[in-house]
Write a protein that binds this ligand. Structure first.
Ligand SMILES: Cc1ncc(COP(=O)(O)O)c(C=O)c1O
Length: 415
């Protein structure tokens, strides 16, 4: 039996297709069932890190759950028991596609399963032509990868324009109005900024962009899993995300949504055999991209991360994303009140509608502050001189109080 699909002849897939009948191992193998009751008590026991630490860093990575640990074990067991169950692993990719689609109210054929957010966005960029419209508009709140991908297109004729933030830390709508015009092909916006936690008013930007004939790409990495996302309600044309933060998965898995009507208008030139119309055809004599969003994929899927990602997404759906959003908003009002008592400089917008799960605080030495909190068992992160505090479904009022008490002890490191 062939050991990997690259070496496997077409017939191997046909011979094994449909021979596997398996139960779904993701939800509860090795994991304890959810209990009823308010957050976080009913789910906190599923995240062992809380026995040792106060983990309030989901903007970097979600805490490891028993379900995700069990999913990794299942991957190893499948590998051990079956040798190379590629047929099943390809089917797992479809399960990940469906799971993500249901999360954002897309159809599965509008979703690509990728190895990172960057991979999906790069595939999009590689498939756009900058002829009749040449301008790409992006905000100064974008994650570096977004800026880098669009600036890379300057070699292909793109003109990249940045929408600046105002001094008060917001991006006023007039700034978008000034930047988006009838030469704009695409507006690329982040949903929640990774540096300051601010949330863009996406429908308003989409309305303006569409009015002026431009498409909109949303980077939802810092929002997906922390608040409900509906691509139809937001009206975006493309959306990129990853699994490792508020979706509780791990590194190595991304998703890319493309509105159905646009799929066949983009011709990715960054591609691979898992983007083909028929990956089983093993045809090296032609390029026929899938008629679905799978055309934004590339090579062999990130199988272990797919196991983890499915488990994470399902766990978040069981926990409840809308309830998580409410819970975290409450925790964050408590956090903000405590930070005000400490006279800390909060750089995240105050209005709940204009912020994600992340609250950022200016520091005199953010790296030293993260280390000082770390020595007291509190896991946080920093960017751009700001301490980042990002609560999720599993965090409690006691966690927030522990952070505030520690910040009081290290008040000298706050700006
Ligand atoms: C907002 C945002 N976009 C993009 C990325 C990078 O995604 P990837 O490494 O999957 O391309 C991150 C990672 O932290 C992020 O926070």
């Amino acid at each position: 039996m062939p050991v990997c699909p690259q070496a496997a002849p077409y017939n191997w897939y046909v011979a094994t297709k449909g021979t596997e009948t398996r139960h779904d191992p993701y939800v509860l193998d090795g994991a304890r069932p959810l209990q009823y009751g308010p957050l976080p008590d009913r789910i906190r026991h599923r995240f062992p890190i809380f026995k040792e630490r106060v983990y309030i860093n989901s903007c970097s990575q979600g805490a490891l759950s028993d379900a995700v640990r069990a999913a990794y074990q299942q991957y190893l067991d499948d590998w051990d028991e079956k040798g190379a169950p590629w047929e099943y692993w390809v089917e797992r990719q479809e399960a990940a596609r469906t799971a993500f689609a249901s999360l954002v109210n897309a159809d599965p054929d509008e979703v690509a399963v990728t190895a990172s957010l960057s991979a999906g966005v790069s595939a999009l960029a590689s498939g756009l032509r900058f002829a009749s419209r040449s301008k790409v508009v992006l905000t100064d709140w974008e994650f570096p990868t977004i800026g880098q991908i669009w600036h890379a297109q300057e070699a292909r004729g793109a003109r990249v324009v940045h929408v600046p933030a105002a001094k008060n830390g917001t991006i006023p709508h007039e700034h978008f109005e000034r930047a988006i015009d009838d030469d704009t092909l695409l507006v690329s916006v982040t949903h929640v900024c990774y540096r300051n936690g601010a949330m863009v008013d996406v429908p308003k930007v989409v309305e303006l962009a569409h009015e002026r004939g431009a498409l909109v790409l949303l980077d939802a990495f810092q929002s997906v899993g922390s608040l409900p996302i509906d691509v139809r309600a937001l009206g975006v044309d493309f959306l990129g995300a990853g699994a490792l933060k508020y979706l509780l998965g791990s590194a190595g898995l991304g998703f890319f949504y493309c509105r159905r009507e646009l799929v066949e208008r983009v011709w990715p030139t960054q591609t691979g055999w898992f983007a083909d119309e028929n990956i089983f055809a093993m045809d090296h004599t032609d390029y026929s991209p899938a008629r679905t969003a799978a055309r934004f994929q590339a090579g062999t899927p990130p199988v272990p991360s797919i196991y983890a990602g499915i488990a994470g997404i399902r766990l978040m759906q069981e926990i409840g994303i809308a309830e998580t959003r409410e819970h975290v908003l409450e925790l964050n009002s408590h956090l903000i009140a405590g930070l005000d008592d400490l006279r800390a400089k909060i750089v995240t917008p105050r209005r709940p509608k204009r912020r994600g799960a992340l609250v950022c605080v200016k520091s005199k030495d953010a790296k030293a502050l993260v280390s000082a909190l770390g020595r007291e068992g509190i896991v946080t992160s920093e960017r751009d001189g700001n301490l980042r505090l990002s609560a999720h479904c599993y965090n409690s009022v006691e966690d927030v109080d522990a952070v505030l008490a520690s910040l009081q002890r290290h008040r000298d490191l706050l700006a």
